[in-house]
Design a protein around this ligand. Sequence first.
Ligand code: FAD
Length: 467
Amino acid sequence: MEMRKIYDVVIIGGGPGGYVAAIRASKLGLQAALVEKAKLGGTCLHAGCIPSKALLRSAEIYANMKNAEQFGVVVPEVDFDFSKAQSRKEQITEQLYKGVQHLMKKGKIDVYEGFGRIAGPRSVLVEKSGDGILTLGAENILVATGSRPRSLPGLEPDGKYVMTSDEALQMTDLPKSIIIVGGGVIGIEWASMFSDFGLDVTIIEYEDRILPLEDRDISREMQRLLKKKKVKMITNAKVLLETLEKGNGIFIKAEHKGEEKSFTAEKILVSIGRNPNTENIGLDILDVEMDQAFIKTNEYYQTNVPNIYAIGDVIGGLQLAHVASHEGMIAIEHMAGNCLARLDPILVPKCIYSNPEVASVGLTEEQAKKEGFFIKTSKFSFRAIGKALVFGNSDGFVKFVVEEGSSQVLGVHMVGPNVTEMISGAGLAQVFNLTAMDIAETIHPHPTLSEAIGEAALAVTGMEIHM
Ligand code: FAD
């Protein structure tokens, strides 16, 4: 076994956590190696954020074209070619993949193809099938191996009826009907996309509402809007796996309010969360502490072994690409002797790219009350926003949760057109402890969708203009 050079940091996993960490290391003058078993870019680029948004965009355009007449655009017949949507998705992914490869070269980051495994506190083995094993020396090791779809026992992907998001992204044809098990972020994005493509969609959700981690008002509004798109949603429902039958489509029962209900569709998509990739990567050799299946770290993403760090989906918490990247930068800075401010999960914007979109940052109304805040809330509807009417999409609203008295912003929650593009401003307001009045005094240009934010801020004191 040949011992290659000793790096300041060897990163295992080249997703948005790992490759961003590698770039930060290079910018700080650290010698970095990146080990990737599949393709640079990780889940986000190849099986997550980007491909799903490319398909969502195709679905949205298709739905808009079917409603084009209201804009004075007369399209005799709108048809859809899913294979073209798929190849567009592939092209976008490929372009970004090349971009990441270029960034690695530019940063003089050594990329090793193969399966990475910790062999000791200062060495990583890279195994490439048919190509032997090599050993990399490492002052520090950063584990960024990400996650994979969780499946229900008995409801694993079978190449025909049952899919997770991995298989759904590779579909060559669309079915006519689909059952989605799990009404969280990924489930709702798929539900929105499939219904825009014209599929018959049924969501089965275990909790009492879809999007159970969002503010209750947002869940309720999204439920209403999906219902308008004819999506069926069964909440408080538990899938009864022993009733699963496959044949001409898939047949399943769920327990709902003490009764058994039957559902049938051509396919079923299981979106019930993601498991971390922590197996066989040598964590046990060093007795790295775990928190259930996830790697346990401190605020600088250091494990109990001081020169072993872990970031991204593999440590749990908010499994988001921008979180993985941010954690990667904090970990690398710490290795370089700098202490960046810790990432406060409350300040992380969360987005759902359905049609219409959902975006939020900060505490929900329920969380704020639970934390003992005396609060006030306000809401402003996109119905009263000129730009939303111009867009032909005025569903949804902006909601503020503020501390009573000081009016300090505790949370901002939005559902509506393009809200994912507007949430960063609300995030900035929270990072700098701004009040609703500070936001109301910030000029929001007319006509823009962002006026709903200014109006919702004014509405905290009943001073809104257009309602
Ligand atoms: P990953 O992106 O999973 O990357 C880990 C990498 O490590 C992979 O490339 C893997 O091949 C490699 N690897 C694993 N084990 C080894 C090993 N032993 N040796 C070498 N390499 C290894 N997040 C958002 O923020 N916005 C979105 O819109 C969004 N949409 C999503 C849509 C879907 C359908 C899914 C599934 C996820 C979505 N996510 C989204 C979540 C996002 O993709 C993840 O949070 C993010 O990719 C996590 O980054 P990571 O670097 O921790 O891990």
